[in-house]
Write a protein that binds this ligand. Structure first.
Ligand code: GLN
Ligand code: ZN
Length: 766
């Protein structure tokens, strides 16, 4: 039985690609020598990664999955889709990065958005009415040469045309991009034709098939795939689906003479039984039995079952073993994790360890007695023993948390009084002006702040010195907010590197890897915390700094927490219990924090949930179930707040319109939400649905150093007031200010406070 991977992490064990990219960017555009160095690094990484996969036991390695920035951008380049605003000609490498990151003048960067429900961001291809394509396969041919020279069995891996088109955007109004499918398919056919005689396999990634597609699409998608199977001959086409089951879209692939169909059996194990009926005799079945989205060791018995089932139906030669999806979404190797607790470490498998698991699984499923010298029966027994020991590991279990969770009642999810009553009490307690001004939490994380943190972490700064530094920073930030005339202040979050990591470090049940980097976009990587056990809060997490900040001012100081759903979404989560349960455990810990903040005299507490929308399942039928437990987790976290304590939440950078009803169910007293980039278009959702509580639609975009003037923000306040009763309106930026520098922050906030004052005069004349 063959093993293969659909894609592999790109950065390198020591994030060599990140470093090479940044060196190239710093060298300035069109620096040939820097360009060559970057391409050399890329080539070396490809070879190293292919070799490592083969050594770990992979038979067929992917070619074309590697990217200097993003695979969708690569595909757009191959198709000749550079938008007209980018000056053509010159060094293609330079053009490529201008498209990704923006160039001179009006060469604004192409949009970037999340790849399905992952934290990977792709560049959104732009299509115009009557778009033409100029297909070019040269980069793939060159990489095939590299793989061939290394004596490898290669599989070209590309985003398929259906997914490419689905994820692209039409830049001309009123034009339906799906009209372009036939032309796009021909462009693909041209590329595949050039690869046909050279590659054994061509993998077309079509995760879009895991979605609910509009009725008219499956037929058209089928025609495209059918055409490409033809164009690729004699190479075999593998239709790769992942992130969910695809049986709802079986019309796309049923009975097509595919070389192989790949299914994600980690997300949708139930789809195996029905798939055989759709396969033609020449079609192999690739089964994604090792989870590419997580870092845990495989459950060997569970993974083996579908492989054996497929062998019974098709014979081992027609079955392939694979990770569920590209390994891009998990870190590369456990090798560097020398400081992890050995028990935790032995429960983990990163990309290369997953490759090794696949080898053994494939051999054992094919009926071999040994795999690379390992006896199958022994391996299975050891895997089971290790899993059982890990499940029973006392460090993972906290009975106090379990008992508390079992005792959660619906009343605990509900504030003691409804919003209108609470609002009266809060108004009396806080005495804020109409249109109160506030910020979202963080203030500029200057080089000085980052340097102090780094020094402290390295042990080059004592606890006392670091504490004193943070105290000074907070005092200065509070003073600045007082002078600006803001109404609700924040401490500025100088002690936080990352809004999830900060809490993960203080909660039990979390651990951190040393090198567990996962690409987020371009050269940007994140190192998600790992939730391995029951979550609890050994001690208060934020009370000391919030109380200190409150002691410096008479104005209300907002306590600042990251919400349970966001902590869950931005971590690697244990896979032995439902995510909802892990989320509720985090919520209980936050609930205690809310109670402690309140007891310490903090009258306003904000719980950020920027990831609420992104955690949504891909398919409509699964959404309400998720939203219900996600909203309940938030409500459990804040249910301990007294009616006079004002609960805020914050959300940013995603499409909220379809979930406003659920956002309302959070029953936060105030929500601040990103709105300025779309000039308050978001508010149309609130026109349709009357949001019942208070809301601060962001009046300026913090992702740009641009300083908007007071008039501009005043106009946005007026727009908001046209939809939301002015008595329930707040004035704030779109998001936290940590990525900004002080000068523009001061200027923008001065104008924002000015705009709020003008709006008060105009909207509240008496
Ligand atoms: N309180 C956080 C901050 O201001 C919120 C960040 C976010 O929404 N992503 O930085
Ligand atoms: Zn935000």
């Amino acid at each position: 039985m063959l093993t293969h991977t659909l894609g592999f992490p790109r950065m390198g064990a020591a994030r060599e690609l990140k470093k090479a990219l940044e060196t190239y960017w710093n060298a300035g555009a069109n620096n040939r020598e820097a360009g060559r160095a970057l391409l050399d690094t890329a080539k070396a990484l490809r070879l190293r990664h292919w070799t490592a996969q083969v050594q770990a036991g992979i038979d067929i390695v992917p070619v074309g999955d590697f990217s200097l920035y993003d695979h969708m951008l690569d595909m757009a380049m191959r198709l000749g889709l550079a938008p007209a605003r980018f000056a053509a000609g010159g060094d293609p490498l330079d053009l490529y990065f201008r498209m990704a990151r923006g160039g001179q003048g009006d060469e604004t960067a192409m949009e970037m958005t999340k790849w399905f429900d992952t934290n990977y961001h792709y560049i959104v291809p732009e299509l115009t009415r009557g778009q033409t394509f100029t297909p070019d396969a040269s980069d793939l041919l060159a990489q095939l040469d590299e793989a061939e020279a290394a004596g490898l069995r290669a599989k070209i891996a590309l985003p398929g045309p259906c997914t490419f088109l689905h994820l692209a955007k039409s830049v001309d109004d009123g034009f339906d991009r799906f009209e372009l499918l036939p032309a796009l398919t021909e462009a693909y056919a041209d590329i595949l034709g050039k690869l046909a005689g050279r590659a054994e396999w061509i993998q077309l990634d079509e995760p879009v098939l895991a979605l609910d597609l509009p009725q008219f699409l499956p037929r058209r998608f089928r025609a495209a795939i059918e055409r490409l199977i033809e164009a690729a001959r004699p190479a075999r086409v593998m239709l790769a689906t992942y992130f969910g089951g695809v049986s709802q879209n079986a019309d796309v692939y049923s009975g097509l003479p595919l070389g192989a169909l790949h299914l994600d059996l980690c997300r949708a194990p139930e789809q195996l039984a029905g798939v055989y009926a759709h396969l033609t005799p020449e079609t192999a079945l690739s089964l994604g039995v090792v989870d590419g989205r997580n870092i845990w060791r495989v459950d060997a018995e569970q993974a083996l079952r579908p492989l054996q089932n497929a062998v019974e139906h098709l014979g081992a030669a027609r079955v392939m073993a694979a990770p569920s999806c590209s390994l891009l979404h998990c870190p590369m190797s456990l090798e560097a994790e020398t400081s992890l607790d050995p028990e935790i470490r032995s429960a983990m498998a990163f990309a290369l360890e997953k490759c090794a698991e696949l080898r053994t699984l494939a051999d054992c499923a094919a009926g071999l007695e040994t795999s690379r010298g390992v006896v199958c029966a022994g391996w299975l027994a050891e895997n089971r023993r290790a899993r059982e020991a890990w499940a029973a590991n006392p460090h993972r279990r906290n009975d106090v948390v379990r008992t508390r969770l079992a005792a959660v009642t619906p009343r605990m999810l509900t504030r003691a009084q409804p919003y209108p009553e609470r609002a009266k009490l809060q108004r009396a307690a806080l005495s804020l002006p109409p249109l109160p001004t506030t910020t979202i939490g963080s203030f500029p994380q200057t080089a000085e702040v980052r340097a102090a943190r780094a020094k402290f972490r390295k042990g080059d700064m004592t606890d006392e010195a670091y504490d004193a530094f943070l105290r000074d920073t907070i005092r200065a930030t509070v003073g600045i907010q007082e002078r600006l005339g803001l109404d609700v202040l924040v401490h500025g979050e100088p002690e936080r590197n990352d809004m999830v990591e900060h809490f993960g470090e203080k909660l039990a049940g979390f651990c951190f890897t040393r090198n567990g980097w996962v690409q987020s976009y371009g050269s940007r990587c994140v190192k998600p915390p790992v939730i391995y056990g029951d979550v609890s809060r050994p001690a208060p997490m934020t009370v000391a700094w919030s109380s200190y900040a409150q002691s410096l001012t008479k104005k209300p100081m907002k306590g600042m927490l990251t919400g349970p759903v966001t902590i869950l979404c931005w971590s690697f989560v244990r896979d032995d219990q439902p995510r909802a349960e892990t989320c509720a455990q985090i919520a209980l810990a936050l609930r205690d924090e809310v109670a402690d903040l309140q007891a310490a005299g903090i009258r306003i507490i904000q719980i950020d949930e920027p990831a609420l929308r992104e955690g949504m399942p891909l398919r409509g039928r699964d959404r309400d179930g998720y939203l219900r437990w996600a909203v309940d987790a938030f409500r459990l976290a804040v249910g301990s707040a007294a009616p006079q304590t004002q609960i805020h939440t914050h959300m940013c950078y995603c499409e909220f319109n379809e979930i406003v009803e659920w956002i309302a169910k959070l029953d936060a007293d105030v929500i601040s939400i990103e709105a300025s980039r779309s000039r308050m278009e978001l508010l149309s959702a609130f026109r349709r649905f009357r949001y019942p509580n208070e809301i601060g639609p962001g009046v300026y975009d913090i992702h740009s150093p641009r300083v908007p003037d007071a008039r501009e923000m005043l106009e946005l306040i007026h727009r908001a007031a046209a939809v939301i009763p002015k008595e329930r309106l707040w004035v704030n930026p779109d998001c936290g200010l940590k990525t900004r520098a002080w000068p523009e922050t001061l200027a923008s906030l001065t104008n924002m406070v000015q705009a709020a004052r003008l709006a008060r005069v105009e909207l509240f004349p008496d």
